[in-house]
Every structure is written in C-alpha cells, then in structure tokens.
Write a protein that binds this ligand. Structure first.
Ligand SMILES: NC(=O)C1=CN([C@@H]2O[C@H](COP(=O)(O)OP(=O)(O)OC[C@H]3O[C@@H](n4cnc5c(N)ncnc54)[C@H](O)[C@@H]3O)[C@@H](O)[C@H]2O)C=CC1
Ligand SMILES: CC(=O)C(=O)O
Ligand SMILES: [Mg+2]
Length: 598
C-alpha cells in the first residue's frame, strides 16, 4: 500500500530503508511503516514509539508470523480467513506478504481466486477500510483529481490494475465491489513476482451496475444506475487513461474483468500507444498456451493435427483461440488453416457464418461455413434464462438460430469435430458431461481438456471426473486449484492454468524494461518461458510449474521479457546490460527495513 509519509530510499549498499516525518501512532498505524514489536530501541526513540509498544523487541519477524498464522487458522471459514488476511494487510503490509509467501499454496486461493469472488459478492457487508481508488462515471470531470488524491508522485507508481467489474471471474457484474479484484490481482503481483506493493494502485472504474442484488442492497457502496455504455463510457475510460498517463507516466496499465464487448475495444485503443495489456484476453491466452505447449507433445501429436473446441467465446475464450491460432502459424500451418482448426461454441451453439452480423468482431474469423454444418442435427433446448440476460448479444444470436431451426450444441460439435483439445471458458458448471468427454476420448488417445471457469464451482467439469471418464488418459489443467487425483495407481497432479501464473512475470518484465508497450512477442515469450519451467513429463506430472515456485517462474519470465523488449527496441530503462541483475535488483521481498525519522 502506498504511503504518503513513508519515503522509500536505497542506502549506499543498495539496501532499502524508509524515511518518515511521522511519529508515534502515525507510524504504527501506517501499514507501510509498521513493524510492531520489531522496531529497534533506536527506532523507538527516534520515532517516539516508547510506551506505544510492549517492551519486547523481536529482531526477526518469526514471533509475529507464528501469532498471525495462528490467528489465520482460527478463522472458521475461507471468507473469514480472507477478511483476516486483509485486516493484517491494513495493519502491516510487510507481515502480510511474509505470511502469504510462507504459506503461498494454502493462502493464495484465500487471498485471490476463488475466495476473492466470495469477498466481492459480500463486499457491501464486509468492507472495512478503502484500499484503492474509486472512480465514478458520474464524475468523469473529476477522474484526474481523484486519481491524484492517491497522493503518489510521478515516479512513485509502476503499475495500476483497473476493473469495471462487468465480468468478475465467472460471477458476473459486481459493480463497485469489483475493487477487490484489482486489489487481489495486485497481491498476486507482489507474492508471485516481487512487484513492490507500495508502488501500485488498485482502481475500480464504476460505470454503474445491472446487478439487481446490488441495486436493491441498502448497503451497496457504488453508483446506483444501470451500466453506462457508448460514448459516455468511452469518455470515462479515456479520462482514466489520460489521468493515469499524466500522473504516472511510466506505469503499466492492467485491465481486468471487463465485459467482452468492452475488453477488446479498450485494449485495441491503447495497446500500441502505451504499456498495457488485458489479463483475461492476453494473460489467459498465454497461460493456456503454456499448458498446451506441454500437452500437445505429451499427447503424441503435433500442432498441425489439433482440432480445438472452445466453449464460451468471450474475452478469455477468444483470447485463447488467438494464441492457439498464432502457435499453429508459428508451427508452419497457414493462417486460414490454423483458424479453421478452431471451433467456437457459445450460447447460440456452434458459431457459424450465418450468424456473422450479430457476432462480436473477434469471434467472426472463427465462424464455420454453412456448407460444413448444414447436415448437423439442431436442438431447441430450453433457454438458459440468467445467461440470456447477462449476454444479450449472444442471446439474440441464439434466438435467431432457434428461429431458423435450432442450435448445434456442444455434444453435436464434439461428435462431428472429434476435437483433440476442449477448453471451457463458459462460466457454466457441468457442461463437459460424461457422454461428451467419453465421446471425445473415443476419438483421440490423450484428450486435452481444460475446464477454466472460475471460481471453483463454475468449472465445466472436475478433474476427478475427467480422469475417471477417460480412464486416466486426459491431460487436464484447471482455472482454480484442485487436489491431485489418483487413478489406477497413477497420481495426476493437476496444473492450474490461471493467468496468475503468468501475468506477474509479464508485468515484472515490462516494468523492469520500462517497455513502451506490451508486444505480442513478449506475451508469447512469457508463455514459452512458463511452459519450459514445468516438471519433466513423467506419468501424471502437471502441465505447468507449481504455484509454489511462482517467484522463480516469474523472475525467469521477466528476464526473458527484458531481453525481448530490448531486441524490439521498446525497452526504455537504463542499465539493462545485465537483465538478470536488473530483475534481481528490482524485486521486493517482505523484509523489515530500517525506518529513519526525518
Ligand atoms: N483460468 C483463467 O486464468 C481464467 C479463467 N476465466 C474464466 O472464464 C470464464 C469466462 O470469462 P470471460 O471470458 O472473461 O467472460 P465473458 O463474459 O467475456 O465470456 C463468457 C462467454 O461464455 C458464454 N456462455 C455463457 N454460458 C454459456 C453456455 N452455457 N454455453 C456456452 N457459452 C456460454 C457467454 O455468452 C460469453 O460469450 C469465467 O468463468 C472466468 O473466470 C477467465 C479469465 C482467466
Ligand atoms: C483468473 C481470471 O482472471 C478470471 O477468472 O477472470
Ligand atoms: Mg479475470
């Protein structure tokens, strides 16, 4: 958390320290400065802390870690643990990250996905202290002023994560509550890549909400109007980007959990002008590509032989499609043939060229020709009421298809296409049924199946079912963490294909290089680098590196990206002669540093 009264400096030997004009409780109540019982006697004298702390002085953080972990374990539910952790953060940022780092595998799902989804749903009830910047569509003319109120100077900030919360994970529109996704994503940046937590800004771009639960909740903290679209929305986004660029000209802008109709447009508008990326489109595309870079050879086939069905053709699904297409092209498949090896299924069933007009721009290249599908059976299955309201463009196409004779559903697509890869980004649990999975397994030796919808309960299938239904042959990765599955004596460790395993390294490399933009080459290099760090391909081995190694994975990704940014001529930082050293120098570790009174 950025602090106005804590100035971070490096001493002659390069060691970090804080200087501060604060005294007494001002110091102890500043989560950046607070060290609790670890303030030395000299610091207590200079910072006027004597009497405000118990007499014991703990030179290491150990007793505090023990006490905090006990407090964490005493919490009765995951949501209570999440709230406990963020309470700890508000008290002492260094201790929060030291505890998270030590228990990363246990706590990452609590601080971030999936439990952050629960915290967002309950934000009105459980919010305590604000931790980011709330920007409102009702005050576009004040965007600059409100971002400036954060109090940081131009050189103080490396990274902003912003969401408009239209599509939080797979749980939909959560309005202003979505600030917690920006905060959670930033916590992962620090835990996974050592981005300095005092040099980041979480932002919510509150453009209203269509969530009736929020509108009717007397405790709701956001703008109470329907989601704003069109020119007013675009002006709002533009005001944010302009203000962010003016106030923090070197910072990377990360976009998270926008609706599919806005996510691509926004990225398209800014991606060539400034360092920015969309995590759901590009980060997800890249982490899935990383998993596939290992899965395809393990399946005993080549890229040119893949037939890919993606269910849920939104931001994530089409981001993944683009990465797979580009990989096939890199592998020598002509672009049109590569595109034709990908089938998109959404609410209207298989997306076909007859739907072209109502389709989203980025879906259109993948639409199947009518000739190919004319003999496939159609169904007029019952409408999915909630989904139809949530994705009106796809609902309209579905209705058109039903009026014209029916939709081509997933089961039909799987029988007709005989996919080698099946990916779920549909937010719909149970879509990958036993029949569908067994049909796929009947036609390919090692079906590659990635149910990716978060949080956990929205996965299209559980890994346990996928392994069982394919008799242990499926190569599986999931969006949320799952325990290993033992089947016929083989233990299958399930890779977590969550963009959290990739974007921290991508961000770190971009920040260290001070890249002027985030290029496609950088994103592809990040995918290759993550893939290359997976364990050797023994039976049941995961397709991706474990999250317990995130710090080293991210550093290796970042070093590679610095090299690419240099070779592309988009690196603006000085002193990148030794990229390993440049990355090492910039990472932040959760250690107490001296605090000097000034
Ligand atoms: N594992 C990971 O790293 C990531 C996972 N995701 C997950 O992917 C899911 C989708 O996220 P976004 O693409 O951002 O959302 P989105 O709203 O852009 O796309 C969702 C798409 O699914 C379609 N859909 C809904 N119900 C369907 C059904 N029953 N059958 C077929 N299609 C259906 C919608 O019409 C929409 O086009 C979410 O659950 C999210 O958590 C997203 C980003 C990263
Ligand atoms: C992981 C992530 O970004 C999502 O589910 O939206
Ligand atoms: Mg997301």
């Amino acid at each position: 958390m950025f602090s106005r009264q804590a100035q971070s400096i490096r001493d002659a030997s390069g060691r970090r320290r804080f200087t501060t004009p604060a005294r007494g409780y001002q110091v102890l109540r500043d989560p950046a400065l607070n060290k609790g019982t670890s303030f030395s006697q000299q610091e207590r004298d200079a910072l006027e802390l004597n009497g405000l702390l118990p007499p014991v002085i703990t030179p290491t953080m150990e007793p505090q870690l023990t006490r905090s972990y006990a407090g964490y374990l005493a919490q009765p539910t995951d949501l209570a643990k999440h709230i406990f952790m963020w309470g700890l953060h508000d008290n002492n940022v260094t201790l929060f990250y030291a505890l998270l780092q030590r228990h990363l595998m246990e706590m990452l799902p609590v601080v971030y996905d999936p439990v952050v989804g629960e915290a967002i749903k309950n934000y009105s009830e459980v919010m305590t202290r604000p931790r980011g910047v709330y920007l409102s569509i009702d005050a576009i003319d004040q965007v600059h002023e409100r971002l400036a109120a954060f109090g940081a100077a131009a050189d103080d900030i490396d990274l902003l994560v912003a969401s408009d919360a239209e599509e939080i994970l797979g749980i939909g529109d959560w309005g202003s509550n979505g600030i917690d996704i920006s905060i959670g994503k930033l916590a992962v940046y620090t835990a996974a890549a050592g981005i300095d937590p005092h040099r980041v800004v979480p932002v919510i771009l509150d453009a209203g909400t269509n969530n009736e639960v929020l509108i009717n909740d007397p405790l709701y903290v956001g703008v109470r109007r329907g989601r704003v679209r069109g020119a007013e929305y675009d002006d709002f986004i533009d005001a944010y980007v302009t203000a962010a660029r003016q106030l923090f000209p070197k910072a990377l802008l990360h976009w998270e959990d926008f609706g599919s109709t806005n996510a691509r447009r926004i990225l398209g508008r800014y991606r060539d002008k400034l360092p920015t990326f969309n995590d759901d489109q590009q980060g997800t595309g890249a982490i899935v590509l990383a998993g596939l870079l290992n899965a395809v050879p393990r399946s005993g086939s080549t890229w040119a032989q893949q037939r890919v069905v993606i269910v849920g053709a939104g931001t994530a699904g089409c981001g993944i499609a683009d990465q797979i297409r580009d990989q096939m092209v890199r592998d020598g498949v002509p672009q049109d043939e590569a595109t034709a090896r990908i089938w998109l299924v959404d609410l209207p069933g298989l997306l076909t060229q007859s739907m072209s007009e109502g389709m989203l721009d980025f879906q259109r290249p993948y639409a199947r020709p009518e000739d190919e599908v004319k003999d496939l059976p159609r169904t007029t299955a019952a409408p999915l009421a909630a989904a139809l309201t949530r994705w009106p463009a796809m609902a309209a196409l579905r209705q058109q298809a039903i009026d014209a004779g029916g939709i081509i559903d997933l089961a039909t697509v799987v029988s007709a296409v005989k996919p080698t890869i099946l990916i779920g980004t549909s937010t719909t649990p149970g879509l990958f049924t036993e029949d569908i999975v067994k049909e796929m397994a009947a036609n390919t030796h090692h079906p590659i199946i990635f149910p990716l919808s978060n949080p956990t309960e929205l996965h299209e299938a559980t890994p346990g079912h996928l392994i069982e239904w394919t008799d242990g042959k499926a190569l599986v990765a999931t969006g949320a963490p799952f325990d290993p599955i033992t089947h016929k004596g083989v233990t299958h460790t399930i890779a977590q294909a969550n963009n959290a395993a990739l974007y921290p390294g991508l961000g770190l490399g971009t920040i260290v290089a001070r890249a002027s933009r985030v290029s496609d080459e950088m994103i592809h290099a990040a995918a290759e680098s993550v893939a290359g760090q997976a364990p050797p391909p023994t039976l049941g081995a995961p397709l991706l590196p474990s999250n317990k190694d995130l710090r080293s994975t991210s550093s290796i990704v970042a070093v590679g990206l610095v090299q690419i940014a240099k070779s592309e001529g988009i690196a603006q930082a000085d002193d990148l002669d030794d990229p390993v050293e440049a990355v090492r120098r910039s990472v932040w570790w959760p250690e107490y540093v001296p605090v000097d009174a000034v």
